[in-house]
Design a protein around this ligand. Structure first.
Ligand SMILES: NC(=O)c1ccc[n+]([C@@H]2O[C@H](COP(=O)([O-])OP(=O)(O)OC[C@H]3O[C@@H](n4cnc5c(N)ncnc54)[C@H](OP(=O)(O)O)[C@@H]3O)[C@@H](O)[C@H]2O)c1
Length: 303
């Protein structure tokens, strides 16, 4: 199977490439990954030319402008990338007969009346931010292709940039001897990019017949504050005691774009198809173990 990947240098794109290469069934599949340094996804001609030249069986579209507050202050840019980009990728897939797997977000929901077991795929979206609106618009475009999957996911971690990755930022703050400031009253499903990438491989293999919208995320709703407390416990009891995260309320966070207070996704549809991700605690423990064990400073010395 020939796989074309957008956003290849991003947090999820990097994890997806690694998972594909490591998968026994997929390691030899031709993979062509592109990022912003190759061309702007909003450049229709560039997208069409590149995808048509590779003739993929499937396109995994992860490229996005995914910084919520940036999208709020630059709505035209958000629309160009998150709506225009999907549109061009979808057009290329339609011309080429490629399956399209496109990544969307829990932020298509408003979190105002979250169902007890989380939002299901057919719950009605109502985004609060420019980012959420552009992701929902992208879903609507993708849905016009007969062979499409819109994958909604949430709160990714597992990357290398602490400005984008809360779990990494907690570890790095502890290593500097600083307390992380984390929101305690906003909830979703924290999701490890490596686990999400593995579930995207499921969609390319056993789940090859899946169509429509699916929710894929690690299990267990949490706030980032709760995740931060757990990360510090993994780093050691001393660290957890001395560098306990500072709880910040949703209203104190200084967000520009609106966010759902509780955008927990219901992942039962994919579970029924045989794809269940581990809990976020399991995922956070595995990711934290991959980080360099550099010294963590506490007042009692250095761990
Ligand atoms: N991060 C989250 O918490 C989260 C939660 C729910 C859903 N999602 C969705 O998951 C997907 C992956 O997110 P991520 O966290 O991996 O994002 P990311 O790390 O910011 O990566 C985004 C990728 O898109 C590329 N890109 C950005 N603007 C582009 C443009 N104009 N033209 C071409 N490529 C462009 C970037 O290229 P460069 O690296 O070269 O700039 C990068 O490779 C996105 O669709 C996002 O909306 C993310």
């Amino acid at each position: 199977m020939r796989v074309y990947l957008t956003g290849a240098d991003g947090m999820l794109g990097t994890a997806f490439s690694a998972a594909l290469r490591a998968g026994p069934a997929t390691a030899d599949w031709p993979l062509y990954g592109v990022s912003a340094s190759d061309f702007d996804i909003a450049d229709r001609a560039a997208v069409l030319t590149s995808i048509e030249a590779f003739r993929p069986d499937v396109v995994v579209h992860t490229a996005a402008h995914a910084i919520v507050d940036d999208c709020e202050v630059q709505p035209a840019l958000a629309a160009r990338v998150n709506v225009g980009g999907v549109r061009h990728v979808a057009e290329a897939c339609r011309r080429n007969g490629s399956r399209l797997i496109s990544i969307s977000s829990d932020y298509v929901f408003d979190g105002a009346d979250t169902p007890q077991h989380g939002y299901a795929e057919d719950d009605l979206p109502s985004p609060l931010s420019v980012y959420g609106m552009t992701k929902l618009a992208g879903e609507r475009i993708t849905a016009l292709l007969p062979d499409h999957v819109n994958v909604r996911t949430s709160w990714l971690f597992g990357g290398g940039d602490e400005r984008l990755d809360t779990v990494l930022s907690v570890v790095r703050a502890a290593q500097r001897g600083e307390r992380a400031r984390l929101i305690h009253d906003q909830f979703s499903l924290p999701t490890y990019t490596a686990d999400l990438a593995a579930s995207l491989l499921f969609l390319l293999t056993e789940g090859g017949g899946v169509r429509g919208t699916v929710h894929l995320a690690n299990r267990g709703s949490a706030s980032w504050y709760e995740v931060g407390q757990y990360v510090l416990r993994l780093l050691g009891e001393d660290v957890a005691g001395e560098l306990a995260p500072e709880p910040v309320s949703f209203h104190q966070a200084g967000f520009i774009g609106g966010r759902p207070r509780n955008s927990t996704l219901n992942t039962d549809r994919m579970a029924a198809l045989g794809c269940t991700l581990p809990t976020w605690r399991d995922a956070v423990a595995r990711f934290t173990a991959t980080l360099q064990p550099t010294a963590v400073a506490t007042s009692g010395g250095t761990l």
